[in-house]
Design a protein around this ligand. Sequence first.
Ligand SMILES: *Cc1c(COP(=O)(O)O)cnc(C)c1O
Length: 412
Amino acid sequence: MKVQTPIYMDNHATTPVDPRVLEAMLPYFTEKFGNAASRSHAFGWESEAAVDTAREQVARIIGASSPREIVFTSGATESDNLAVKGVAEAYKEKGDHIVTCVTEHKAVLDSCKVLEKHGYRVTYLPVDRDGLIDLQRLDDAITDKTILISIMQANNEIGTIQPIKEIGRLAKEKGVVFHTDATQAVGRIPVDVDEMDIDLLSLTAHKMYGPKGIGALYVRSSKPRVKLAPIIDGGGHERGMRSGTLNVPGIVGLGKACEIAQRETTAEAERLVGLRERLKDGILGELDEVTINGHPKKRLPGNLNMSFAYVEGESLLMALKEIAVSTGSACTSANLEPSYVLRALGVPEELAHTSIRFGLGRFNTEDEVDFTIKRVVEEVRRLRALSPVYKAKKAKIQNRRQAEINLRERVS
Ligand SMILES: *Cc1c(COP(=O)(O)O)cnc(C)c1O
């Protein structure tokens, strides 16, 4: 088994740029440097044409009926802010209520928090053990003052995929604008804004083998036409919804990343599910007291989130330094906080700290998976051997088994 360490297995945090994407981008840094808004010369026209092509590529991967519905942003954080705050402002005459979910990305949750300070009311739907929202609860939460439903398509920590089509249908029936943060979904699982009745959709290039700092917001332009107040003013770029000189190389990269993903997603997802199951089965076959977080089936192909009982989370991470993964802890300024997503599933705090998110991606290999299984099993065993609680528990089980055997022998 030959692998080069460190191994990158954190593809929900970011992905490397695909060499084909980089190649498409390079000319737009140097010889093709024009401002896409320069209408008076060939340099501008050339950049504008490249942006047009990218807009079509982005529209196509999400099934948008027109490239005009794509607004380029600096990434999904900005797209989420624009969707949530932009709808709140544009629909304030209609109502002041928003429905979202406790496991959303902070870009949505913190935007909602800010709106609450400005007098809006927000319902944060809970999730079940698998991370799914309850459609009946969503239905019950909607009132005649509800102006926005914002529910992500796939979760970045646990990989759970929400019933987006059903949510979209409900939103449409009730006449409420529906935004989905599809950052983890686009390029990984099928997304179709018409089929799923999505009105606003956030995505970013760096989660789909494109560059960092470029993303988009899909804004439905008909049936219904979604109104959006801008949060960045000046110049009137992107039909007034997002001013600022376009990041042409980034946009070209995003477009190319979409084009590749659209062509290769089906085969790639199949391969990633295979790798993920291999990783899961390999670890579960060797270790007890391991739990899987997130939905067993309705989850992203490359996502595996596991909690390892009876080990110290930080020690486990330190021991696995040659494998780049994420944990169920978030470093806040003062101390280590357990992940709010895992807590929302009901995962106890100690277990949240011993959780690892494996994010498999386009460039991971079977050998890397096998190496990871071997190392995780070794380190969890080593740390558990140091744990008095685990040893006591094992001894208890052993004693009970022996007592059962003794009893059976006495009876026969
Ligand atoms: C990464 C991520 C974001 C933030 O995207 P940026 O482009 O880094 O701002 C938002 N939502 C989800 C679900 C993400 O995974």
